[in-house]
Design a protein around this ligand. Sequence first.
Ligand SMILES: Cc1cc2nc3c(=O)[nH]c(=O)nc-3n(C[C@H](O)[C@H](O)[C@H](O)COP(=O)(O)O)c2cc1C
Length: 185
Amino acid sequence: MIKIAVVVGSIRADSLNRKIAKDLERLLPAEVEFDYVDIASLPLFSQDLEADFPAAATEMKAVVEAADAILFVTPEYNHSITGVQKNAIDWGSRPWGSNSWGGKPTGIVGATTSPNGTKFAQAALASIVEWFKSPLFTNEKITLTATDGTFDENGNLQADVEAEAKRYVDGFIAWIKDVPTHTVA
Ligand SMILES: Cc1cc2nc3c(=O)[nH]c(=O)nc-3n(C[C@H](O)[C@H](O)[C@H](O)COP(=O)(O)O)c2cc1C
């Protein structure tokens, strides 16, 4: 079984990005499963809290470490990633020397309501992934501008968007199986 830890960078109830994550999950072959990373339970990161590492952060790190790969499903806030997502990334990167994200094959997709399709947020995340020395999947992209026609009445992706999502999922999984990985101390 291939486990993908999924970080949805929005905690709002009706998040487009959570819908996209669920649609991608529906397209997975039987040998792959999504494990959603709980970013909503984390306290705001402060180095003062590291000495008594919070249980929510320890649990999140365990989910990430148990995964074969990571998928960020990111909104865009002010041409970057959301604060809640950055907070989770910072917790997962600590304590110094045990970065749970480091070296894991990583994918980035995103949806927004504006025409740029999260390209600034995805670039910001790619820069973090590069710093983590993690291989990044770039052969396919999902930079979705959600409109009234993106989802059908059941909340599923319309056929053309679903075809793009399927290409991403298939390409990402084939790449995960192939990509050389290494552990970062
Ligand atoms: C504080 C804030 C800043 C935003 N800035 C951007 C932005 O820079 N670029 C963009 O494409 N959308 C921006 N948006 C719109 C979000 O992409 C949109 O609300 C999207 O639906 C959020 O993702 P979610 O549906 O998964 O919560 C912003 C929204 C908020 C609340």
